[in-house]
Write a protein that binds this ligand. Structure first.
Ligand SMILES: [Zn+2]
Length: 152
């Protein structure tokens, strides 16, 4: 996989390659400090607590609860949401939900919440974190309601 397929700008980081390869295989990786055991997401190349540089990749929990959310009106191009067909218009009129899900170990994952109406979201709802390939081939992280509590 090439870094150009990842939707976030990580290709110049120490941890980008393994992280992107994990996403491609449907896994979301964080890093865990070999010295103190603390886990981080997004992955970090060093532990900020004990300054250890030996970090191991670990798959993070993907089930959690919606901690917060908001709507953006100018989504990134890789979401594949077409803007209105007006000259010079770059603003999408439909709000595009994004949020933060808290999974196990207190880790927080931010991502796009596709295919869900903003009015159906509620803080505290059970959510899942998922690695997803978008229509244009880019990889990203999406958040989706778990347990069928949120109607589509
Ligand atoms: Zn540490």
């Amino acid at each position: 996989m090439e870094f150009k397929n990842f939707s976030l700008f990580i290709k110049h980081t120490k941890v980008g390659k393994t992280f992107a390869e994990a996403l491609e295989s449907g896994k979301v990786f964080g890093t865990q400090c070999e010295k103190c055991g603390r886990t981080f997401f997004p992955p970090r190349p060093e532990c900020p607590d004990c300054l250890e540089e030996e970090m191991a990749y670990v798959e993070i929990p993907t089930k959690g609860t919606l901690l917060t959310f908001t709507a953006i009106f100018v989504p990134p191009a890789h979401y594949g949401i077409s803007p209105p067909k007006m000259p010079f218009a770059r603003v999408t009129q439909t709000p595009c939900p994004v949020g933060v899900v808290e999974v196990g170990n207190g880790l927080r994952v931010m991502g796009w919440i596709p295919d869900v109406d903003l009015k159906d979201l509620k803080v505290g709802d059970p959510f899942e974190v998922e690695a997803r390939a978008l229509r244009n081939g880019q990889l990203t992280i999406v958040l989706k309601p778990a347990g069928g509590n949120v109607p589509k």
